[in-house]
Design a protein around this ligand. Structure first.
Ligand SMILES: [Zn+2]
Length: 148
């Protein structure tokens, strides 16, 4: 699997991304053109069945970026690689609160006029997102529009 899009000398590998979410992550990171990116879509995974994968050369994510991408990839594995060695490996967990990223699915919600604010709670292995403004609860999969 690793060899399909090449081994990384330096950079990051985001593995076990739920199928279809790699594009959200790429858009969210707003990468400048100087960073080569490898994207694996619809790869077979023992854990997920099918997964996406993103590799970015000569790049590291900030803590803020990590918490933002986590809503597209809870449980994904983020690895930082230096000289072909993994120097940092973390499993992504959804942040407790994220501002100005998720667009509330409730079209009548007043948040559309402000910076959106969502809190995320893990309830029995399932993440529930709550809009700070209309206080509706959403499953992660029903959040489909983002400020990207
Ligand atoms: Zn709302």
């Amino acid at each position: 699997m690793e060899n399909k899009i090449g081994a990384l000398a330096n950079g990051v590998n985001i593995d076990h991304i739920p199928q279809g979410n790699a594009w959200h992550i790429i858009k969210l990171l707003k990468l400048q053109r100087k960073y080569p990116v490898g994207i694996g879509l619809n790869l077979t995974s023992k854990r997920l069945g099918v997964k996406d994968l993103v590799k970015i050369e000569n790049y590291k994510l900030s803590e803020e970026q990590l918490s933002a991408i986590s809503i597209f990839a809870p449980g994904a594995t983020y690895s930082e690689i230096e000289n072909y060695q993994i120097v940092k490996k973390v499993k992504l967990t959804v942040a407790t609160e994220i501002e100005n990223l998720v667009i509330c699915p409730n079209h009548r919600c007043v948040s559309h006029q402000y910076r959106s604010k969502f809190s995320f709670n893990n309830e029995r292995e399932k993440v529930v997102a709550t809009c700070h403004y209309c206080e509706h609860n959403y499953e992660l999969s029903s959040l489909t529009e983002f400020n990207l």
